[in-house]
Ligand binder design. Structure first.
Ligand SMILES: Nc1nc2c(ncn2[C@@H]2O[C@H](COP(=O)(O)OP(=O)(O)OP(=O)(O)O)[C@@H](O)[C@H]2O)c(=O)[nH]1
Ligand SMILES: [Mg+2]
Length: 403
Protein backbone atom coordinates (compact mmCIF):
# COMPACT_ATOMS: atom_id res chain seq x y z
CA UNK A 1 0.00 0.00 0.00
CA UNK A 2 2.48 2.63 1.10
CA UNK A 3 4.18 3.57 -2.14
CA UNK A 4 6.52 6.47 -1.77
CA UNK A 5 4.70 9.74 -2.30
CA UNK A 6 6.15 11.39 -5.33
CA UNK A 7 7.93 14.50 -4.14
CA UNK A 8 10.32 14.87 -7.04
CA UNK A 9 12.03 18.27 -7.05
CA UNK A 10 9.36 19.69 -4.90
CA UNK A 11 9.85 23.04 -3.21
CA UNK A 12 10.33 22.64 0.52
CA UNK A 13 10.76 24.72 3.63
CA UNK A 14 12.64 23.56 6.75
CA UNK A 15 11.77 24.36 10.33
CA UNK A 16 14.09 23.97 13.30
CA UNK A 17 14.11 25.24 16.86
CA UNK A 18 16.75 26.60 19.18
CA UNK A 19 16.39 25.37 22.77
CA UNK A 20 18.38 24.39 25.83
CA UNK A 21 19.84 21.36 24.10
CA UNK A 22 20.72 22.95 20.79
CA UNK A 23 22.15 26.40 20.19
CA UNK A 24 22.00 28.31 16.94
CA UNK A 25 25.15 26.71 15.56
CA UNK A 26 23.88 23.19 16.26
CA UNK A 27 20.53 23.94 14.66
CA UNK A 28 22.30 25.19 11.55
CA UNK A 29 24.21 21.88 11.37
CA UNK A 30 21.09 19.84 11.95
CA UNK A 31 19.25 21.77 9.26
CA UNK A 32 22.18 21.21 6.89
CA UNK A 33 21.64 17.50 7.41
CA UNK A 34 17.88 17.86 7.04
CA UNK A 35 18.47 19.73 3.78
CA UNK A 36 20.66 16.84 2.56
CA UNK A 37 17.91 14.41 3.53
CA UNK A 38 15.35 16.56 1.69
CA UNK A 39 17.57 16.64 -1.38
CA UNK A 40 17.96 12.85 -1.20
CA UNK A 41 14.17 12.54 -1.09
CA UNK A 42 13.88 14.76 -4.17
CA UNK A 43 13.13 18.14 -2.61
CA UNK A 44 14.61 21.57 -3.12
CA UNK A 45 14.90 23.67 0.05
CA UNK A 46 13.78 27.27 -0.55
CA UNK A 47 13.97 28.64 2.96
CA UNK A 48 14.67 27.74 6.60
CA UNK A 49 12.73 29.05 9.56
CA UNK A 50 14.30 28.91 13.01
CA UNK A 51 12.66 29.87 16.27
CA UNK A 52 13.77 29.89 19.86
CA UNK A 53 11.33 27.55 21.62
CA UNK A 54 12.11 26.12 25.03
CA UNK A 55 9.04 23.94 25.22
CA UNK A 56 7.38 23.12 21.91
CA UNK A 57 3.85 24.43 21.43
CA UNK A 58 1.61 21.36 21.99
CA UNK A 59 -0.69 22.48 19.16
CA UNK A 60 1.65 23.64 16.42
CA UNK A 61 5.17 22.90 17.68
CA UNK A 62 6.36 26.45 16.91
CA UNK A 63 4.60 29.62 18.13
CA UNK A 64 1.59 31.10 16.36
CA UNK A 65 3.44 34.22 15.20
CA UNK A 66 6.09 32.12 13.48
CA UNK A 67 3.37 29.91 12.00
CA UNK A 68 1.80 32.96 10.34
CA UNK A 69 5.14 33.91 8.88
CA UNK A 70 5.57 30.39 7.49
CA UNK A 71 2.01 30.39 6.19
CA UNK A 72 2.55 33.61 4.24
CA UNK A 73 5.76 32.28 2.75
CA UNK A 74 4.23 28.93 1.82
CA UNK A 75 1.33 30.64 0.01
CA UNK A 76 3.44 33.13 -1.82
CA UNK A 77 6.03 30.64 -3.03
CA UNK A 78 3.90 27.58 -3.77
CA UNK A 79 5.74 25.39 -1.29
CA UNK A 80 4.92 21.68 -1.53
CA UNK A 81 6.16 20.49 1.83
CA UNK A 82 7.14 21.88 5.16
CA UNK A 83 9.63 19.70 7.00
CA UNK A 84 10.28 19.81 10.74
CA UNK A 85 13.60 18.68 12.19
CA UNK A 86 11.89 16.89 15.07
CA UNK A 87 9.20 14.33 15.51
CA UNK A 88 5.75 15.97 15.56
CA UNK A 89 2.91 14.52 17.57
CA UNK A 90 -0.06 13.38 15.47
CA UNK A 91 -2.05 16.33 16.83
CA UNK A 92 0.62 18.85 15.92
CA UNK A 93 0.98 17.41 12.45
CA UNK A 94 -2.75 17.67 11.86
CA UNK A 95 -3.06 21.23 13.17
CA UNK A 96 -0.15 22.45 11.11
CA UNK A 97 -1.48 20.73 8.00
CA UNK A 98 -4.79 22.44 8.49
CA UNK A 99 -3.23 25.86 8.74
CA UNK A 100 -0.57 25.58 6.02
CA UNK A 101 -2.53 23.42 3.60
CA UNK A 102 0.47 21.59 2.23
CA UNK A 103 2.32 18.39 3.05
CA UNK A 104 3.77 18.36 6.56
CA UNK A 105 6.62 16.00 7.24
CA UNK A 106 8.69 15.47 10.33
CA UNK A 107 12.21 14.08 10.43
CA UNK A 108 10.96 10.52 10.96
CA UNK A 109 8.46 10.78 8.10
CA UNK A 110 11.16 12.08 5.79
CA UNK A 111 13.62 9.32 6.65
CA UNK A 112 10.90 6.69 6.20
CA UNK A 113 10.12 8.23 2.82
CA UNK A 114 13.75 7.97 1.71
CA UNK A 115 13.93 4.38 2.89
CA UNK A 116 10.76 3.61 0.92
CA UNK A 117 12.22 5.21 -2.17
CA UNK A 118 15.50 3.31 -1.84
CA UNK A 119 14.29 -0.14 -0.81
CA UNK A 120 14.96 -2.42 -3.76
CA UNK A 121 14.78 -6.00 -2.50
CA UNK A 122 11.61 -7.52 -1.17
CA UNK A 123 13.27 -7.93 2.22
CA UNK A 124 14.11 -4.23 2.49
CA UNK A 125 10.68 -3.25 1.19
CA UNK A 126 8.95 -5.41 3.76
CA UNK A 127 11.04 -3.93 6.55
CA UNK A 128 10.35 -0.37 5.44
CA UNK A 129 6.65 -1.04 4.98
CA UNK A 130 6.43 -2.38 8.51
CA UNK A 131 8.16 0.73 9.87
CA UNK A 132 5.78 2.95 7.87
CA UNK A 133 2.69 1.23 9.23
CA UNK A 134 4.03 1.43 12.77
CA UNK A 135 4.49 5.16 12.21
CA UNK A 136 1.02 5.50 10.69
CA UNK A 137 -0.97 3.62 13.31
CA UNK A 138 -1.01 6.27 16.08
CA UNK A 139 -1.62 8.91 13.44
CA UNK A 140 -4.89 7.34 12.33
CA UNK A 141 -6.46 8.28 15.66
CA UNK A 142 -5.65 11.87 14.91
CA UNK A 143 -7.41 11.66 11.58
CA UNK A 144 -10.61 10.68 13.30
CA UNK A 145 -10.63 13.62 15.74
CA UNK A 146 -10.08 15.86 12.78
CA UNK A 147 -13.13 14.42 10.98
CA UNK A 148 -15.22 14.66 14.10
CA UNK A 149 -14.54 18.34 14.47
CA UNK A 150 -15.06 19.09 10.85
CA UNK A 151 -18.39 17.34 10.65
CA UNK A 152 -19.59 18.61 13.99
CA UNK A 153 -19.46 15.32 15.81
CA UNK A 154 -23.11 14.67 16.61
CA UNK A 155 -24.56 11.90 14.54
CA UNK A 156 -21.24 11.34 12.87
CA UNK A 157 -19.58 9.50 15.71
CA UNK A 158 -20.99 6.08 14.86
CA UNK A 159 -20.00 5.69 11.20
CA UNK A 160 -16.91 7.80 11.65
CA UNK A 161 -15.69 5.67 14.46
CA UNK A 162 -16.42 2.52 12.54
CA UNK A 163 -14.43 3.89 9.66
CA UNK A 164 -11.41 4.70 11.74
CA UNK A 165 -11.68 1.44 13.64
CA UNK A 166 -11.78 -0.42 10.34
CA UNK A 167 -8.72 1.48 9.12
CA UNK A 168 -6.87 0.70 12.29
CA UNK A 169 -7.79 -2.94 12.12
CA UNK A 170 -6.57 -3.12 8.52
CA UNK A 171 -3.28 -1.51 9.53
CA UNK A 172 -2.89 -3.80 12.53
CA UNK A 173 -3.60 -6.86 10.40
CA UNK A 174 -1.08 -5.67 7.86
CA UNK A 175 1.53 -5.16 10.59
CA UNK A 176 0.95 -8.68 11.88
CA UNK A 177 1.25 -10.06 8.36
CA UNK A 178 4.47 -8.17 7.63
CA UNK A 179 5.96 -9.32 10.92
CA UNK A 180 5.14 -12.91 10.06
CA UNK A 181 6.69 -12.50 6.62
CA UNK A 182 9.84 -11.01 8.16
CA UNK A 183 10.15 -13.80 10.72
CA UNK A 184 10.08 -16.26 7.85
CA UNK A 185 12.75 -14.42 5.83
CA UNK A 186 14.85 -13.96 8.98
CA UNK A 187 14.78 -17.68 9.60
CA UNK A 188 15.94 -18.37 6.04
CA UNK A 189 18.74 -15.83 6.40
CA UNK A 190 19.76 -17.36 9.69
CA UNK A 191 20.11 -20.74 8.02
CA UNK A 192 22.12 -19.13 5.21
CA UNK A 193 24.42 -17.52 7.72
CA UNK A 194 24.78 -20.83 9.52
CA UNK A 195 25.94 -22.43 6.25
CA UNK A 196 28.82 -20.03 5.90
CA UNK A 197 31.01 -22.19 8.05
CA UNK A 198 33.72 -21.07 10.33
CA UNK A 199 34.91 -17.86 8.71
CA UNK A 200 35.49 -14.84 10.92
CA UNK A 201 32.86 -12.18 10.32
CA UNK A 202 33.68 -8.51 10.01
CA UNK A 203 31.03 -5.80 9.63
CA UNK A 204 31.36 -2.27 8.30
CA UNK A 205 29.22 0.09 10.35
CA UNK A 206 28.92 3.86 10.45
CA UNK A 207 26.93 6.99 9.83
CA UNK A 208 25.27 7.27 6.43
CA UNK A 209 27.42 8.56 3.52
CA UNK A 210 30.78 8.03 5.25
CA UNK A 211 32.11 5.68 2.55
CA UNK A 212 31.31 2.17 3.84
CA UNK A 213 30.30 0.84 0.41
CA UNK A 214 33.25 2.55 -1.27
CA UNK A 215 35.60 0.85 1.18
CA UNK A 216 33.82 -2.48 0.70
CA UNK A 217 34.31 -2.11 -3.05
CA UNK A 218 38.02 -1.36 -2.91
CA UNK A 219 38.70 -4.11 -0.39
CA UNK A 220 36.63 -6.86 -1.95
CA UNK A 221 36.63 -5.77 -5.59
CA UNK A 222 32.86 -6.01 -5.46
CA UNK A 223 30.40 -3.56 -6.82
CA UNK A 224 28.12 -2.21 -4.14
CA UNK A 225 26.11 0.87 -5.06
CA UNK A 226 27.73 3.99 -3.60
CA UNK A 227 26.76 7.60 -4.18
CA UNK A 228 26.79 10.98 -2.57
CA UNK A 229 23.29 10.82 -1.18
CA UNK A 230 22.04 9.48 2.12
CA UNK A 231 21.10 5.82 2.58
CA UNK A 232 22.50 4.53 -0.70
CA UNK A 233 22.63 1.10 0.93
CA UNK A 234 19.62 -0.50 2.62
CA UNK A 235 20.43 -4.16 2.36
CA UNK A 236 23.37 -6.07 3.66
CA UNK A 237 25.97 -7.32 1.22
CA UNK A 238 28.40 -9.98 2.36
CA UNK A 239 31.61 -10.73 0.49
CA UNK A 240 34.40 -13.15 1.10
CA UNK A 241 37.65 -11.23 1.35
CA UNK A 242 41.13 -12.68 1.43
CA UNK A 243 44.05 -10.76 2.87
CA UNK A 244 47.33 -12.58 2.72
CA UNK A 245 46.31 -16.20 3.22
CA UNK A 246 43.42 -15.39 5.47
CA UNK A 247 39.83 -15.47 4.23
CA UNK A 248 37.05 -13.78 6.16
CA UNK A 249 33.57 -12.40 5.54
CA UNK A 250 33.02 -8.67 5.21
CA UNK A 251 29.54 -7.16 5.31
CA UNK A 252 28.32 -3.74 4.29
CA UNK A 253 24.98 -2.59 5.60
CA UNK A 254 22.56 0.28 6.07
CA UNK A 255 24.07 3.49 7.47
CA UNK A 256 22.93 5.09 10.69
CA UNK A 257 21.84 8.66 11.36
CA UNK A 258 21.11 10.95 14.29
CA UNK A 259 17.68 10.12 15.72
CA UNK A 260 17.25 7.08 13.50
CA UNK A 261 13.51 6.39 13.83
CA UNK A 262 12.91 3.67 16.39
CA UNK A 263 10.42 2.04 14.03
CA UNK A 264 13.26 1.55 11.55
CA UNK A 265 15.75 0.15 14.05
CA UNK A 266 13.00 -2.19 15.18
CA UNK A 267 11.98 -3.43 11.72
CA UNK A 268 15.54 -3.57 10.36
CA UNK A 269 16.50 -6.01 13.09
CA UNK A 270 17.04 -8.75 10.54
CA UNK A 271 19.30 -6.65 8.34
CA UNK A 272 21.22 -5.58 11.42
CA UNK A 273 21.73 -9.21 12.50
CA UNK A 274 24.84 -9.20 10.40
CA UNK A 275 26.23 -6.53 12.71
CA UNK A 276 24.96 -8.23 15.84
CA UNK A 277 26.64 -11.50 14.92
CA UNK A 278 29.92 -10.00 13.69
CA UNK A 279 33.19 -10.84 15.43
CA UNK A 280 34.76 -7.50 14.59
CA UNK A 281 33.31 -4.09 13.71
CA UNK A 282 34.95 -1.57 11.42
CA UNK A 283 33.38 1.70 12.50
CA UNK A 284 33.82 4.00 9.49
CA UNK A 285 33.82 7.75 10.13
CA UNK A 286 33.82 10.65 7.66
CA UNK A 287 36.49 12.80 9.30
CA UNK A 288 35.92 15.61 6.81
CA UNK A 289 32.41 16.15 8.19
CA UNK A 290 32.30 19.02 10.72
CA UNK A 291 30.06 16.92 12.95
CA UNK A 292 31.93 13.66 12.82
CA UNK A 293 32.33 13.33 16.56
CA UNK A 294 28.59 13.57 17.06
CA UNK A 295 28.15 11.03 14.26
CA UNK A 296 30.33 8.61 16.22
CA UNK A 297 28.03 9.07 19.23
CA UNK A 298 24.91 8.45 17.12
CA UNK A 299 26.38 5.26 15.71
CA UNK A 300 27.38 4.06 19.19
CA UNK A 301 23.84 4.84 20.32
CA UNK A 302 22.31 2.59 17.64
CA UNK A 303 24.91 -0.09 18.33
CA UNK A 304 23.90 -0.15 21.96
CA UNK A 305 20.21 -0.27 20.96
CA UNK A 306 20.90 -3.48 19.05
CA UNK A 307 23.09 -4.86 21.84
CA UNK A 308 26.40 -4.61 19.97
CA UNK A 309 28.23 -1.89 21.83
CA UNK A 310 30.92 -4.01 23.47
CA UNK A 311 32.20 -5.70 20.33
CA UNK A 312 35.80 -5.46 19.30
CA UNK A 313 36.02 -2.37 17.09
CA UNK A 314 38.51 -0.68 14.83
CA UNK A 315 37.78 2.99 14.16
CA UNK A 316 38.35 3.77 10.48
CA UNK A 317 38.59 7.49 9.79
CA UNK A 318 37.87 7.90 6.08
CA UNK A 319 38.02 10.83 3.62
CA UNK A 320 41.32 12.16 4.97
CA UNK A 321 41.80 13.65 1.50
CA UNK A 322 38.99 16.10 2.26
CA UNK A 323 39.89 16.92 5.84
CA UNK A 324 40.77 20.54 6.47
CA UNK A 325 41.15 21.93 9.97
CA UNK A 326 40.06 25.48 10.62
CA UNK A 327 43.04 27.77 10.93
CA UNK A 328 43.62 30.41 13.59
CA UNK A 329 45.55 33.35 12.19
CA UNK A 330 48.83 34.02 13.98
CA UNK A 331 47.80 37.46 15.12
CA UNK A 332 44.41 36.21 16.34
CA UNK A 333 44.70 35.99 20.11
CA UNK A 334 41.02 35.63 20.96
CA UNK A 335 39.95 32.49 19.12
CA UNK A 336 40.38 29.47 21.33
CA UNK A 337 41.63 26.23 19.90
CA UNK A 338 38.82 23.68 19.57
CA UNK A 339 38.57 20.25 17.99
CA UNK A 340 37.79 22.01 14.70
CA UNK A 341 41.38 23.26 14.62
CA UNK A 342 43.06 19.92 15.16
CA UNK A 343 45.37 18.56 12.50
CA UNK A 344 45.09 15.01 11.16
CA UNK A 345 48.18 14.12 13.18
CA UNK A 346 46.59 15.36 16.35
CA UNK A 347 43.43 13.41 15.64
CA UNK A 348 45.46 10.33 14.98
CA UNK A 349 47.30 10.65 18.29
CA UNK A 350 44.05 11.24 20.18
CA UNK A 351 42.23 8.26 18.71
CA UNK A 352 45.16 5.87 18.73
CA UNK A 353 45.41 6.53 22.43
CA UNK A 354 41.68 6.26 23.01
CA UNK A 355 41.37 3.01 21.04
CA UNK A 356 44.62 1.41 22.17
CA UNK A 357 45.98 1.47 18.63
CA UNK A 358 42.73 0.43 16.98
CA UNK A 359 42.33 3.54 14.84
CA UNK A 360 43.12 4.04 11.16
CA UNK A 361 43.18 7.07 8.89
CA UNK A 362 42.48 6.39 5.24
CA UNK A 363 40.97 7.60 2.00
CA UNK A 364 38.92 4.87 0.36
CA UNK A 365 38.48 7.03 -2.73
CA UNK A 366 42.17 7.84 -3.26
CA UNK A 367 43.27 4.47 -1.88
CA UNK A 368 45.48 6.13 0.73
CA UNK A 369 46.77 4.02 3.64
CA UNK A 370 44.91 0.96 2.39
CA UNK A 371 47.95 -1.23 3.03
CA UNK A 372 47.95 -0.21 6.64
CA UNK A 373 44.22 -0.80 6.75
CA UNK A 374 44.64 -4.31 5.38
CA UNK A 375 47.46 -5.07 7.78
CA UNK A 376 45.50 -3.92 10.78
CA UNK A 377 42.37 -5.83 9.78
CA UNK A 378 44.46 -8.87 8.96
CA UNK A 379 45.99 -8.88 12.42
CA UNK A 380 42.66 -8.50 14.17
CA UNK A 381 41.02 -11.24 12.09
CA UNK A 382 43.99 -13.51 12.59
CA UNK A 383 43.84 -13.08 16.37
CA UNK A 384 40.15 -13.95 16.42
CA UNK A 385 40.74 -16.87 14.09
CA UNK A 386 43.57 -18.33 16.16
CA UNK A 387 41.66 -17.97 19.41
CA UNK A 388 38.61 -19.61 17.98
CA UNK A 389 40.21 -22.39 15.97
CA UNK A 390 43.48 -23.31 17.64
CA UNK A 391 43.65 -26.50 15.58
CA UNK A 392 42.46 -25.07 12.34
CA UNK A 393 43.01 -27.47 9.52
CA UNK A 394 43.49 -25.09 6.67
CA UNK A 395 45.44 -22.31 8.28
CA UNK A 396 48.62 -23.14 10.09
CA UNK A 397 49.59 -20.73 12.82
CA UNK A 398 53.15 -20.44 11.51
CA UNK A 399 51.76 -19.21 8.21
CA UNK A 400 49.52 -16.67 9.80
CA UNK A 401 52.09 -13.94 9.70
CA UNK A 402 52.47 -14.36 5.97
CA UNK A 403 50.89 -11.06 5.17
N1 LIG B 1 36.66 12.51 -0.99
C1 LIG B 1 36.32 11.28 -0.63
N2 LIG B 1 35.09 10.81 -0.90
C2 LIG B 1 34.78 9.56 -0.53
C3 LIG B 1 35.70 8.70 0.14
N3 LIG B 1 35.08 7.53 0.38
C4 LIG B 1 33.82 7.64 -0.11
N4 LIG B 1 33.62 8.86 -0.66
C5 LIG B 1 32.40 9.37 -1.29
O1 LIG B 1 31.39 9.50 -0.32
C6 LIG B 1 30.11 9.24 -0.86
C7 LIG B 1 29.38 8.18 -0.05
O2 LIG B 1 30.03 6.95 -0.20
P1 LIG B 1 29.31 5.56 0.07
O3 LIG B 1 30.36 4.51 -0.07
O4 LIG B 1 28.06 5.45 -0.73
O5 LIG B 1 28.94 5.75 1.61
P2 LIG B 1 28.11 4.75 2.56
O6 LIG B 1 28.72 4.89 3.92
O7 LIG B 1 28.06 3.39 1.97
O8 LIG B 1 26.69 5.45 2.56
P3 LIG B 1 25.22 4.83 2.81
O9 LIG B 1 25.14 3.51 2.14
O10 LIG B 1 24.37 5.87 2.17
O11 LIG B 1 25.03 4.77 4.28
C8 LIG B 1 30.35 8.82 -2.30
O12 LIG B 1 30.13 9.95 -3.13
C9 LIG B 1 31.82 8.41 -2.31
O13 LIG B 1 32.42 8.59 -3.56
C10 LIG B 1 37.02 9.23 0.42
O14 LIG B 1 37.90 8.59 0.97
N5 LIG B 1 37.25 10.52 0.01
MG1 LIG C 1 26.51 2.27 1.41
Amino acid sequence: MLEKKSIEYEKAVLIGVINREQNEEKVTEYLDELEFLTYTAGGQVEKRFVQRVDTPNPKTYIGSGKMQEVEAYVKENEIGSVIFDDELSPVQQRNIEKQLRCKILDRTGLILDIFAQRAKTSYARTQVELAQYEYLLPRLTGLWTHLERQRGGIGMRGPGETEIETDRRIVRDRIALLKKKLTKIDRQMETQRGNRGSLVRVALVGYTNVGKSTLMNVISKSNVFAENKLFATLDTTVRKVVIGNLPFLLSDTVGFIRKLPTQLVESFKGTLDEVREADLLLHVVDISHPNFEEHIDSVNQVLSEIGSSDKETIMVFNKIDLYQPEVIAEDDLTTEKTSRHMSLDEWEKTWMKRMGGNALFISALNKENLDEFKKRVYRAVRDIHVTRFPYNNFLYPENLDAY
